[in-house]
Ligand binder design. Sequence first.
Ligand SMILES: *Cc1c(COP(=O)(O)O)cnc(C)c1O
Length: 410
Amino acid sequence: MAPKKTSNAELVAVAQKRLYPNYRQAPFVLARGRGCELFDVEGRRFLDLCAGVAVCSVGHAHPAFVRAIGEQAATLMHVSNWFYNEANIRLADELCRRTGFARVLFCNSGSEANEALLKLARHHFYAQGQKERMRVVAFDNAFHGRTLGALSMTGTPKYREGFGPLGPVTHVPYGDAGAVERAMAPDVCAIIVETVQGEGGVFPAPAGFLAELRAIADRHGSLLLADEIQTGLGRTGRFLGSEGTGLKPDAISMAKGLGGGFPIGAMLTTEKLADALPAGTHGSTFAGNALASAAALAVLQIVDDEGLIEGAKTKGAALGAMLHELARELPQVCEGARGEGLLWGLVMRPGFVAREVLPRVNDAGLLLTGAGERVLRFSPPLVVSVAELREGVALLRGVLSGLGALRATA
Ligand SMILES: *Cc1c(COP(=O)(O)O)cnc(C)c1O
């Protein structure tokens, strides 16, 4: 083994030489975390209000979470889908109880969960002899992942460019039920929707829109699918973002926050669709792995024990108020704020680019991510405190007021 490097500069130099350059990582190397704090290899502290893009739902190194993973690793990690494992069965049961769905198909990521949704929809109709039902109706600006099936449903042209031909998908404006209606035809197997468009720029669904989709899908005999990868597991202040919206999907995808940082994804569906993918039609070696399942079970337990779903609602309301105030204070930089629960975007004025502002945010000791062109996204661990949210917004205020001055003097 090569001697161990310890400084940011040394490690980043190796990373830039060895890692495939499909990302633009910040120029420091994170080494450890606790709650909503992260520390780099040189000991510098960052306040983490992005949670690995809405993933680390119980924060970093939560003692009960660490204990559960350690115990499961020391007991049983993986057996493959030739055999059952206990943690996986318990997780499937818990997810069904909490969502009202009847069946769970596990996988390892969000994209894979959406692939499962797509295969479910196509095969459901195929098995009924409706072989022409192949097309999906999805939304402009939607993000459903990067594997080819998921990418075909993703609505951002720059992610799709150069990877065609992709599967047949019609993209229509988010929030426009009339456009969905016009895109429907006997070849449509499913409509897929996010209850808040996350990656696209944190756009909550307009009032009434999600409920209309159910009626449209029924009228045209297609399935209705919800991508709950970012909005699921309490992020919106409800277990699922679709709860209480009237969406009533036939199947959903989950991932991100479900494993709290351990990779796991899931497709949940109804008993009615239980025979759409019979034995042998779909699967994955790692899916339903005992360790991943134990991690997700521990996340659910902590979410219950610490009241994190109710907390996402109340702390999210506090965060929203702080961001609205920040936007009012700095109108030369900010256009406004929008979000739901603990998923918020601070929208900057045209001309500001999130990717260019984020290095300054990091320099101030705060970790956020961008969403869309000019939105700074907050997706903190659900265990975040209001004091930490206030600290983060104060750090951001410092950065953005500097930008305002920059622009005024330019
Ligand atoms: C992150 C995300 C995905 C993709 O998940 P991966 O785990 O990156 O494959 C899909 N849909 C939504 C809504 C997401 O936020």
